[in-house]
Ligand binder design. Structure first.
Ligand SMILES: [Zn+2]
Ligand SMILES: [Zn+2]
Length: 325
């Protein structure tokens, strides 16, 4: 649903929604200081580290590579579990997240991009756009495919539920210090780890491919985010499940998904085509260009250069391919 600024009643509701989520966002940061009173124990640190990696995996494998880009397949139960786990990271609902991300790719680093650091700077792209009242609603038009599953629509509507469930489990298992350190610390660290992809990977790092945006590859951010730092690779070819295109580009999410594929929990992981990894045109197109260049050799010898404008596969497979078990 697009934000209707012309309707004052609706606009007030959205603004209130933005204010409320901003208050919760700030409060969660402040709660972390309660560790001064609860104390910090090694068990709590272990829970914090474990929940960080578990939820980061659910964000990158679930929210990003599955729900936003459909780069592999899984069954309907597994799909729900992945969405539930990702929502326990308190980054709003699965449909909200994926729809906004698709919007980012469509308008990447253009004025319409909701979190472009190139357009609006670091703070806006890192946390400002989340705290603003302009992006509180799910962009329904951008996520029609997954909206056909009522259980996902329900989960998206009650997006706080998985957060509360996880917090309750941690409290019952480890008490107040476990809740503050294990749950709240890891939630805040997972937030900022995820947000670095919006705020830093369009500014710092190397550009291997000439994309239409400012996306970059950054090895440090790839380590922190389990492979999401290979962001220029990803913008170059969004349909690939694998984001580290070479063996030295560590992509922990992809390795875990390969393991889950062996266990038959996921399937059909998509790889980047070789010619795209090499930054070349598709072989068929390259052959056509070469033949054309040969015909023009005497007149214009430089025309033999192969350009890199081969259109990549659409990020979304046809709806028919979405069928889950
Ligand atoms: Zn993406
Ligand atoms: Zn991006």
């Amino acid at each position: 649903m697009a934000l209707d600024h012309s309707n004052p009643e609706l606009h007030t509701r959205f603004r209130l929604g933005g204010t409320l989520s901003s208050a919760v966002f700030i409060t969660v940061h402040l709660v972390c200081f309660a560790a001064i009173w609860t104390g910090v124990y090694w068990r709590d640190i272990a829970i914090c580290v474990g929940l960080y990696w578990l939820r980061m995996f659910a964000i990158t494998a679930g929210y990003h590579r599955y729900f936003s880009h459909r780069t592999y397949k899984m069954g309907r139960v597994m799909q729900f579990i992945m969405a539930f786990l990702a929502q326990s990271s308190a980054q709003k609902g699965v449909l909200w997240w994926a729809a906004n991300h698709r919007h980012h790719h469509r308008h990447s680093d253009q004025p319409e991009d909701c979190h472009s650091p190139v357009q609006r700077g670091f703070w806006w792209s890192h946390v400002g756009w989340i705290m603003s009242s302009d992006h509180t609603e799910t962009r329904a038009d951008d996520i029609k495919d997954f909206s056909q599953y009522p259980e996902l629509v329900w989960l998206n509507k009650y997006h706080v539920l998985p957060v509360v469930v996880l917090a309750a489990i941690v409290y019952l298992a480890a008490g107040w210090s476990g809740l503050v350190v294990g749950f709240f610390w890891s939630t805040v660290i997972t937030w900022h780890g995820t947000f670095t992809i919006n705020s830093l990977t369009h500014v710092f790092g190397k550009r291997r491919y000439e994309t239409t945006d400012d996306s970059r590859n950054n090895w440090l951010l790839a380590l922190i985010t389990m492979g999401e730092g290979w962001h220029n690779n990803h913008h170059h070819y969004q349909a690939s499940c694998r984001q580290g295109f070479f063996w030295w580009e560590i992509d922990a999410t992809y390795y875990i998904l390969k393991g889950l594929e062996k266990l038959r929990l996921v399937r059909d992981l998509r790889e980047p085509p070789r010619h795209l990894v090499e930054g070349k045109a598709h072989p068929r197109r390259a052959a056509v260009l070469a033949a054309k260049a040969n015909r023009q050799t005497s007149a214009r010898p430089t025309a033999a250069r192969v350009d890199d404008s081969e259109p990549q596969l659409a990020p979304l497979a046809p709806l028919a391919n979405l069928k889950v078990d």
